[in-house]
Design a protein around this ligand. Structure first.
Ligand code: ASP
Length: 339
């Protein structure tokens, strides 16, 4: 009897673990597919009000719908990625664009990147603070410059030359993020916490991966980074191969989590490499990487990934991850484990 109970608990646990991020595998490529995330971290149901829960789900729904609309109308994966991300950048709910977290000095510094899977062109910006839509600037770097990554004032100068919208940095101020910074500073002064050790850390980066009707994949990521970051710290989000990657022969991926780990273990590229060199499925590769190897290394976070067959995987090893995905006739929105 006791054994039976243990078995039941184990099977339930297995079901929760495997149901949490596994849309059914595809036999034939769908017309299009899209997945988005709004960050992973200490996101627990018991700490959320019903209003916040509903607000996040509605926001994910809108962002997903905007990207899906582009794909349904025959637009490119790149356009879909930008449509979803730009909307999330304008939402104060997410740690990107408008809702970006504050640096230790009380500024908002944004990082973003984008990559397409056919020729593997990519663009990224780091540490910009006057760009209305950092993802748009990342795309301009990819399409209008000979470079991949521009940072700080140089990136902002490039934005001006390209006619990319700039905005007064005051636009990025939100009360909620300002309070988080004050709380962080107070605690870090008392306990010596640094950015890495903040146990309350709720990541809020946004990302999108898409597959269009031409079979092209694209991925993008945009973030304000980590509350209390200093010294012009740049995370994984604008680092191609760490926070973002796309290759039509493997997958498109956007990560969220503790950026330093994602950079050190080149997580986004590692997912693609596992598929390519081990010849394993997207789901197997993503689970090995996020639920086993990153956990062993102490790297908290998750990712969304999509392959050319429209398979989607959204594993995370933190308490929760804001996420949503759609294929023709299918849609899923989730925040916590087991959804
Ligand atoms: N990965 C981001 C960074 O380290 C943070 C996040 O995903 O929320 O900057």
């Amino acid at each position: 009897m006791k054994h039976l109970n243990v078995l039941t608990i184990f099977l339930t646990w297995l079901c929760i673990i495997s149901c949490q991020h596994t849309p059914s595998p595809m036999n034939a490529a769908p017309e299009y597919a899209i997945a988005i995330h709004g960050g992973a971290g200490a996101i627990k149901k018991e700490n959320m009000t019903a209003e916040m829960d509903a607000a996040y789900r509605a926001a994910l729904d809108t962002a997903l719908m905007l990207g899906e609309q582009v794909l349904r109308d025959g637009g490119s994966a790149l356009d879909a990625v930008c449509a979803s991300i730009e909307w999330m950048e304008d939402s104060p709910l997410f740690n990107a664009g408008r809702g970006a977290v504050f640096t230790y000095e009380g500024r908002n510094e944004h990082d973003a990147s984008i990559m397409e899977g056919s020729e593997q062109k990519a663009g990224a910006v780091g540490g910009v603070h006057t760009i209305h839509h950092p993802i748009r600037l990342a795309r301009a770097v990819m399409e209008q410059s000979p470079h991949v990554l521009l940072t700080g004032s140089g990136a902002e100068q490039f934005a001006l030359e390209q006619g990319i919208d700039t905005i007064d940095p005051g636009y990025f101020y939100t009360e909620r993020r300002w309070e988080s910074l004050q709380k962080f500073k107070e605690k870090s002064q008392k306990t010596g916490w640094n950015v890495q050790e903040n146990p309350d850390y709720k990541y809020g980066t946004v990302g999108c991966v898409a597959l269009d009707k031409n079979g092209n994949l694209a991925a993008g990521t945009s973030t304000g980074g980590m509350t209390g970051k200093r010294w012009n710290r740049i995370g994984d989000s604008p680092i191609i191969g760490a926070g973002t990657y796309a290759d039509n022969t493997t997958c498109a991926v956007s990560c969220t989590g503790h950026g330093e780990y994602f950079i050190r273990y080149a997580v986004a590229h590692d997912l693609s490499a596992r598929m390519k060199y081990q010849n394993i499925t997207l789901e197997a590769a993503a689970e090995q990487l996020v639920l086993r190897d990153l956990v062993e290394k102490g790297g908290e976070g998750g990712l969304i990934a999509l392959d050319k067959m429209g398979n989607i995987s959204c594993p995370f090893n933190s308490a929760g991850m804001y996420r949503a995905w759609a294929r023709p006739g299918e849609k899923h929105i989730a925040i916590y484990k087991g959804e």
